[in-house]
Design a binder for this molecule. Structure first.
Ligand code: 13P
Length: 252
């Protein structure tokens, strides 16, 4: 059984004080609603300590949105995974399309980060997804296969329980244009088959695959009803309780 996993990627939004106040309210609301899915929020680096404190005692997971590809040293402006662990953050989003597009992260760089995170026993959400151009030129499967094969290179079968994959079609992020539940499910099924071929049916069947790209209270149910969609990685709609809570409680 794959437990639904709903995650909020705040991206570069909410100040540390706003984030802390929102996280407290969210923890309270999730508890009151008796949500039965796993809930995660990913604030910016500077907001992490306050948010970790705000959700203490709740079941909410706090994740980073990125991390350095080294443990320490002369890497100005970077944040080490050891620093994250030191403040109680053991989960990280890696390979988000905005990191790939705007900051030049390649599959190889992302793989280095995945391996580093895993070596520290951290959990990883590995983001994959095609651009509109890639989809329209029939390259969807080729792109997903490469992102998964290279992104997970040298990750051992026994370490796959630390990995969640988020399918985020680039053309659906922040555009209000969601993949249809059928299209998303087909991409998720392909991702599962790819992982089965690389590892085993068992590992593929246990893998949580989140969908991301304009998930809203109004479309989450139809997406989550699909066989291969196990969760959501939510951007814009994760920034307000009024939007995020109904997504978390989609099955209530
Ligand atoms: P939106 O929900 O704002 O489209 O963002 C999706 C996303 O990129 C989550 O990581």
């Amino acid at each position: 059984m794959r437990r639904p996993y709903i995650a909020g990627n705040w991206k570069m939004n909410l100040t540390p004080s706003e984030g802390k106040a929102y996280a407290s309210a969210l923890a309270e609301a999730v508890k009151k609603a008796g949500a039965d899915c796993r809930v995660m929020i990913a604030p910016s680096f500077v907001s992490l300590p306050g948010v970790v404190e705000a959700v203490k005692g709740s079941d909410i997971t706090v994740s980073a949105q990125n991390m350095a590809d080294h443990l320490s040293g002369a890497y100005t402006g970077e944040v080490s995974p050891e620093m994250l662990r030191d403040i109680g953050v053991n989960t990280v989003i890696l390979g988000h399309s905005e990191r790939r597009q705007y900051y030049g992260e390649t599959d190889e760089i992302i793989n280095g980060k995945v391996l580093l995170a895993i070596s520290l026993k951290m959990e990883v959400i590995l983001c994959v997804g095609e651009t509109l151009e890639e989809r329209e030129s029939g390259k969807l499967e080729e792109v997903l296969k490469r992102q998964i094969e290279v992104g997970l290179k040298d990750v051992l079968p026994a370490e796959m329980d630390k990995i969640t994959i988020a399918y985020e079609p680039v053309w659906a992020i922040g555009t209000g244009r969601t993949a249809t539940p059928e299209d998303a499910d087909a991409a998720h099924a392909f991702i599962r088959r790819t992982v089965a071929a690389l590892y085993s049916d068992d590992i593929a069947n246990n893998l949580i695959i989140q969908y991301g790209g304009s998930v809203k209270p109004g479309n989450v149910r139809a997406l989550m009803a699909k066989e291969n969609i196990d969760g959501a990685l939510v951007g814009g709609a994760s920034l307000k309780l009024d939007d995020f809570l109904p997504i978390i409680t989609f099955n209530k």
